[in-house]
Design a protein around this ligand. Sequence first.
Ligand code: RRO
Length: 306
Amino acid sequence: MSLETIVGNIKIRNPLILASGVLGSSYSVLQRIYEAGIGAVVTKSVGPVSREGNPNPSIFALKDINGAINSIGLANPGYKHFRDEIKILLENNVQTIVSIFGGDVEEFNEVLVGLSDLSITAFELNLSCPNTEKEGMVLGTDPQIVRRIVENLRKKTESPIWVKLTPNVTDILEIADAAIKGGCDALVAINTLKAMVIDIYSRHPILGFKRGGLSGSPIKPVGIRNIFDLYEQFGEKIPLVGVGGIAKWEDVFEYILAGASAVQIGTALGIAHPENKIRHIKNNIQKFMKNEGIEKIANIIGGAHR
Ligand code: RRO
C-alpha cells in the first residue's frame, strides 16, 4: 500500500499539501510541517514588491462552525526578499510550491522569472485572492486574461504551473478551460468565498478591510462540488488539487473521490501544533486504505463518477 500520488509530473509522498497563506512564509515553520509528514507545502503568495496588507483585524474565527474570514490583503515580503527562504526549503528537500501573484501579466512575469532559477517544485498562480481592490480575483475571473497570463509564463519556466481558481465566478469551467489552453499543469480549487461579518453592537464591519474571504468547514461542500464538476468536464486531461474546508481524514477521501489527485489543507492547520493534526490525518488515511483494500491513491481518484 502506498500513499504516494502524482500531480502532473510531480510525485508527492502523500496527498496532503499545506495550503497557501496559513502558516506564513518562514522556512522554519514550513520545514517543520514537512518533517511532520505532510506531502508538500505551498508558500504564502509573493508578489513583485513587499506589501503590508490590509488593516487589522484581518482574520476573524467563526468558532462555532470551524471557519474563518480573512482579509490579509496579500501581505508579503516581495519575491526578492523571499528567495533565500525558498532556497533553504529546496536545499533541505522540502517539496515547495511557490504561490505567486501580480497585478498584470508583466508583474506575474517579473516574479516568476525572478525565481525561476531555483528549480521550484511548482508555481501556483494565485488568480483568485478576494481581498484587494484590483488585483488577483479580477484577473482570475476573465478567461482571456487567465489564458494570456498562463501562456506567457509557460514559456518562462521548466517548473510545473498550477492555477488556483476562485469560486466567485458564474462558470468556473470556463476559467479552467482558459487555464488549460494556456498550458497549465494542474488546477487548484478553490480559493475563499466572498464573505463578511458585522458587529451588531458597534454596528460596524468587523474586519479592517470590511470584506473578506470565507474558509474552513463551511466551504467544504462548495469545494467538493467544484472539483466534481471540473473532473466531470476535463477528466484525466488535467490533474486537480482540492482545497476548501479539509479538517478530517474523511474530507481527504471525499475530495479524492470527487476527482482530486491531492488536497491542500489550510484553515484547519492554523492552530498550535499543526504537526499533530497532520500525523493524525495521515495515520487514519493509512488505516482506511488498509481496511478498504485500497492499494494506491490513483485507484480511487474520481471514484464518485463511476
Ligand atoms: O492575502 C489574502 O488576503 C488572501 C489571499 Br492572497 C488569497 O488568495 N485568499 C484569501 O482568502 N486571502
